[in-house]
Write a protein that binds this ligand. Structure first.
Ligand SMILES: C[S@@+](CC[C@H](N)C(=O)[O-])C[C@H]1O[C@@H](n2cnc3c(N)ncnc32)[C@H](O)[C@@H]1O
Length: 202
């Protein structure tokens, strides 16, 4: 896949191939699970999980009966892992595409963020916020967790940051419903994650 990304498909595929996947929790994480649990019974909402990796959130939602869950990832290995665990996950909901090139038609109701924002080139963070807004219906939500810490002078992902920095990217497009330290992070991430739930104003 040709792309202008600083970290493209070959980079991510090599991380999967060499097992440098420290982000991979192997399960759905509690902040996302608890948010999904309070959504009530499954509906036709269109849900996008960009940079989904092996897709534990997608597996959880789909298995709970949510029919319109889409995952996007550059790395075919990641999508294949989800497909292998959940053979009836619709193949046309597995998008091996660059998030920044995804079509906003039809728009999504919910975008789920988990260790994707920290994986992109930090210079593209404002683009990420704008793209999420573009992909969502007016009133749609972007929810998930962002790292609320720095990772030193890293030359490759993950890239950290501060909530003040993040606020500036999202403020032009979103109303802030939640933007606070997650209380239910996985133990190794406790106190280091910001739980966000942002409502699209556009
Ligand atoms: C740090 S991993 C996180 C994976 C998953 N969210 C998790 O928590 O296990 C980042 C993922 O984003 C994917 N990715 C990176 N840049 C991307 C882009 N521009 N579009 C789509 N996927 C991308 C990578 O292939 C990788 O699977």
């Amino acid at each position: 896949m040709k792309s202008d990304l600083l970290f493209g498909q070959e980079y991510w595929s090599s991380r999967y191939a060499t097992g440098r996947t420290g982000w991979d929790a192997g399960i759905i994480t509690p902040p996302l699970r608890d948010y999904f649990a309070q959504l009530g019974p499954p509906t036709a909402l269109r849900i996008l999980i960009p940079g989904a990796g092996k897709g534990y959130e997608a597996e959880y939602l789909y298995t709970m009966g949510w029919p319109n869950v889409f995952v996007a990832d550059l790395a075919p290995e990641a999508l294949q892992a989800l497909q292998a665990r959940v053979p009836d996950f619709p193949a046309d909901h597995l998008l091996q595409e660059d998030f920044f090139a995804l079509s906003p038609e039809p728009p999504y109701n919910l975008i789920v963020e988990q260790t994707f924002f920290c994986a992109i080139d930090p210079a593209r963070r404002a683009d990420y916020a704008r793209k999420c807004s573009e992909l969502l219906r007016p009133g749609g939500k972007l929810m998930g967790v962002l790292f609320d810490r720095e990772f030193g002078s890293a030359s490759e992902p993950p890239f950290g940051g501060t909530r003040e920095e993040y606020r500036a990217y999202f403020a032009p497009y979103f109303e802030f419903l939640h933007f606070e330290t997650a209380y239910n992070s996985l133990k190794p991430r406790q106190g280091q994650e910001l739980f966000i739930c942002l409502k699209n104003r556009h």
